[in-house]
Design a protein around this ligand. Structure first.
Ligand SMILES: Cc1ncc(COP(=O)(O)OP(=O)(O)O)c(N)n1
Ligand SMILES: Cc1ncsc1CCOP(=O)(O)O
Ligand SMILES: [Mg+2]
Length: 418
């Protein structure tokens, strides 16, 4: 809400002096109730100084038209043209919001980044409680970008949040104005059914990360389901199904069965490598390595709510994982291992180097067990949240006992204080 040329100029000067990580500009010139909030007098300053600094601008149809000298915007094609014209004025991304698009049953927004158009459709929610939707959308985009998500993912999450809140709030009857408010705090309301977002990723879930292995389960004559149950009973805080030999159909069935167990215990379930299987069984996420599907592609396929882990051996790989929108990194092998062939050992020093460089939480992996887990956790890296293990749990006769022993060792290390 920038009501004068002086304020816009002061803002631009300050932004030039103190650059921000990202700038979201919601050109609030015409409110959703139709009130003009910023007169044409500041338009030229907006166009010349502020828009070129923006990472994204989020005009509604009226605002886009006002910025484009009264251009008629009545169709999705008009919105695409407007997005391209506005992009030419300098913002990196343009989101033209089509909530007021006439004769459309859907709420359609057009996102344009200078290369691709994205048409973000969702069913229109019939309600008068729409006051503040634009501001809430822009603020949500800013929050997601601040968390490190790429712009497309940020816009999708923000759009889904506003839709969910609008749907949750549509029966609220407050005030006498043309529009009512909507309830942003629906996620805090336990009875809300509207919210489908799973719990956000909690790095402390990385504390004792059990990674299954089909060959070891076969060797010990146990099913993957029994292996997962035993690991959880022993204290595993997150599970990864690493089933390199399983046929896809069997993998999916096993994953669905394991997911039911994990959901009962509130333990996240991730799928190794196979993003298709993760999507098909609605797992909580995936873990991918440097030669698997890139995390940024997995993020686009899985959406912002799922957990994505990336294997990293170097600070450069850790940086890329953060840029790609990963939630954690797996660093190793810390010690030599027979579980993963041709795996380069990074050692405790390599682990420490990656932890110091990583903006993401880290889990250590490779040759870890009760004899060395304490040494791993005591490298004194605040973002090292746990250890991931395969053979120390699953190449043993009793998974539950081995998991419990490791859990005791980890509790005894200083990880609890980091
Ligand atoms: C927690 C965790 N860290 C690293 C890995 C290794 O993944 P990747 O490099 O993709 O190798 P494979 O597991 O696919 O052989 C992991 N699986 N989990
Ligand atoms: C999957 C993986 N990634 C790096 S080492 C490794 C195998 C870890 O297995 P173990 O815990 O038996 O050493
Ligand atoms: Mg892999």
């Amino acid at each position: 809400m920038l009501p004068s040329v002086g304020i816009v100029k002061t803002l631009c000067k300050t932004l030039r002096e103190f650059p921000v990580h990202a700038l979201v500009v919601d050109p609030v010139m015409v409110s959703t109730s139709g009130d003009v909030l910023a007169g044409p007098s500041i338009l030229s300053t907006f166009l010349e100084e502020l828009l070129p600094m923006a990472d994204i601008i989020t005009p509604n149809l009226k605002e886009a038209s006002a910025l484009l000298n009264g251009m008629q915007l009545e169709t999705v094609d008009d919105m695409r043209s407007a997005a391209r014209l506005l992009h030419n004025m300098g913002p990196k991304n343009v989101l033209v919001k089509g909530g007021d698009l006439p004769d459309s049953s859907d709420a359609v927004d057009i996102l344009y980044n200078g290369h691709n158009f994205y048409e973000l459709r969702s069913p229109r929610i019939r309600t008068r409680n729409t006051h503040g939707t634009g501001c809430s959308l822009a603020s949500s985009i800013a929050a997601e970008v601040a968390k490190g998500y790429p712009m497309l993912s940020a816009v999708k999450v923000a759009k889904r949040f506003v839709e969910t809140a609008l749907d949750y709030s549509k029966e609220i009857d407050i005030g006498n104005g043309p529009q009512g408010p909507f309830d942003h705090l629906l996620r805090l309301k336990s009875h809300s059914q509207a919210c489908h977002r799973q719990q956000p990723f909690d790095p402390s879930d990385l504390f004792l990360y059990a990674v299954t292995d089909s060959r070891m389960n076969k060797r010990w004559g146990r099913s993957i389901i029994d292996a997962v149950k035993a690991a959880i009973d022993g204290g595993a805080t997150i599970i990864q199904l690493r089933e390199k030999d399983a046929e896809t159909k069997d993998f999916m069935e096993s994953a669905k069965a394991c997911l039911r167990i994990c959901r009962l215990h509130g333990v996240p379930l991730l799928i190794n490598d196979r993003v298709d299987v993760a999507i098909a069984c609605d797992a909580d996420g995936v873990h991918v390595g440097q030669s698997d599907m890139p995390a940024r592609v997995a993020r686009t396929l899985l959406g912002p709510e799922k957990i994505i882990g990336v294997s990293c051996k170097t600070p450069e790989q850790a940086e890329q994982a953060w840029v790609d929108g990963a939630d954690y990194i797996g660093c190793g092998g810390v010690y030599p291992t027979n579980t993963k062939e041709n795996n380069i050992t990074v050692g405790l020093n390599g682990l420490k180097t990656v932890c110091m460089a990583s903006k993401l939480p880290v889990v250590a992996i490779g040759g870890i067990g009760v004899s060395n887990a304490r040494a791993v956790m005591e490298i004194r890296a605040s973002n090292l949240k746990g250890v991931a293990v395969v053979s120390a749990l699953f190449d043993r006769e009793c998974v539950q006992i081995e998991t419990r022993k490791l859990h005791e060792v980890l509790l005894g290390s200083n990880i609890g204080s980091t």
